[in-house]
Design a protein around this ligand. Structure first.
Ligand code: FDA
Length: 389
């Protein structure tokens, strides 16, 4: 069978690309359903883009690479698309846009777009072998227990990253890229919780508060969540993309709280109140219990000198921790790194040394922050390739 274009992977990027590439396009996936990560994303409501998406929200060895695709198919273009499909949405926080109803609306929309563009979708299909031919590629596929030979002029790698192997994530795009001489940068789990091997935070499991998490490279003000294994929540997931094994992180537990002034005022009006009781009005009581031995929270407010309050606030705003590691690909939302952007055109996502080969979405070394940025990259890179094909 001969197709103009074969797209490997019917996830966010692959489906969007098929909708653009149109007739003569075959899109295949090993899964039984397309867009499984879209379906489970955003707690079932899909955080499909971010109002503030811009190149600064992406990590890559070449921070300029994502600019062209993001500019030519922006969050506003995607908002326009879902508007045309009558999908209602809302902003949750920090520009993050979610479906009002359910994430499967986005999957259905992409399927409808692919169908009207004339693309063919094969599910439960495995790639058995792939080679180059004079004007394109030869693929051997296995579908419904049968071997099928397919040839195509264009091949699009859209099989995503390694995150969540249980959902069928594989390193296929990286393997094919290497097979055709493209470099792949180091890949690591990102947007992933931190672990502490001594289980020190287990008693705090479920406790959450707003915090600022920082290291030498980045700083995020979002929620911090204590878990049985360590730390999670948006602030932690964000910082994990900028963290390396063995590094210390700084946690500010009172980023927006004028605690020093509040404690001094209370010392004036309620000096006999225990310091720990007053602190528990501003921070979770379990956390105060946990920090007690480290901070010496004994005594009443009246016992605290200005210097003691200054020291206390300084320690609460600069709590240093060294995670043992992360939860890895098992729970990571994305894979950092991927197909080296040096080998790709930023306008079309086509391999510079192998015309007809394209790479899009998470498989490429472009990784977004938490908050709808990764789907926006999937849409933008897919449209760049789809329009060029
Ligand atoms: P994607 O992973 O979507 O698709 C790859 C496809 O390739 C899959 O359908 C897979 O089955 C197929 N495939 C893989 N290997 C194959 C093989 N060997 N043969 C055939 N097919 C193969 N982002 C965001 O912006 N907002 C959000 O709300 C969330 N939420 C979220 C929740 C969870 C739990 C996760 C794990 C991830 C997110 N993300 C997210 C990240 C987002 O899901 C991710 O960045 C995009 O899905 C990437 O799109 P791709 O199309 O590149 O890969």
């Amino acid at each position: 069978m001969e197709y103009q274009t074969v797209i490997l992977g019917a996830g966010a990027a692959g489906m969007m690309c098929a909708a653009q590439a149109g007739p003569g396009t075959l899109i295949i996936d090993q899964a039984r359903a397309p867009g499984e990560k879209i379906r489970i994303s955003g707690g079932g409501r899909c955080n499909f883009t971010n109002l503030y998406a811009s190149p600064e929200n992406y990590l890559s060895q070449n921070p300029h690479f994502c600019k062209s695709a993001l500019a030519r198919y922006s969050q506003w273009d995607f908002i326009d698309l879902i508007g045309r499909h009558g999908i209602a949405w809302h902003e949750k926080t920090l520009g993050q846009l979610f479906c009002d109803d359910k994430a499967t609306q986005i999957v259905e929309m992409l399927q409808a777009e692919m169908t009207s563009a004339g693309a063919t979708l094969w599910l439960s299909t495995q790639l058995i072998a792939l080679s180059r031919r004079e004007s394109g590629f030869s693929l051997e596929l296995e579908r419904e227990g049968k071997r099928v030979a397919v040839t195509c002029r264009n091949l699009v790698l859209a099989t995503g990253g390694k995150s969540i192997p249980k959902m069928g994530a594989t390193g296929l795009a990286y393997d094919i890229a290497r097979q055709f001489g493209l470099a792949v940068t180091e890949t690591r789990p990102a947007l992933v919780p931190f672990t502490f091997s001594d289980g020190r935070f287990a008693p705090l499991s479920g406790t959450a508060l707003p915090a600022r998490l920082s290291n030498a490279r980045a700083s995020f003000d979002e929620a911090l969540l204590f878990t049985h294994r360590g730390l999670s929540g948006p602030a932690v997931l964000q910082l994990s993309s900028y963290w390396r094994e063995g590094e210390e992180i700084a946690v500010n537990l009172i980023p927006d709280l004028p605690l020093y002034d509040l404690l001094r005022a209370q010392r004036q009006s309620s000096g006999r109140k225990a310091l720990s009781t007053e602190l528990a009005r501003h921070l979770p009581a379990k956390l105060i219990d946990h920090l007690g031995p480290m901070l010496d929270l004994s005594g009443n407010l009246a016992d605290q000198s200005d210097a003691a309050l200054t020291t206390l606030c300084a320690r609460l705003s600069d709590w240093r921790l060294t995670p043992s590691g992360t939860e890895g690909y098992r729970t990571a939302e994305v894979t950092l790194g991927g197909i080296d952007t040096d080998g790709l055109s930023s306008k079309t996502m086509e391999a510079k040394t192998l015309p007809g080969l394209y790479a899009i979405g998470e498989a490429v070394d472009v990784t977004g922050w938490l908050g709808g940025y990764n789907f926006q990259w999937a849409w933008s890179s897919a449209v760049a390739a789809g329009r060029a094909i």
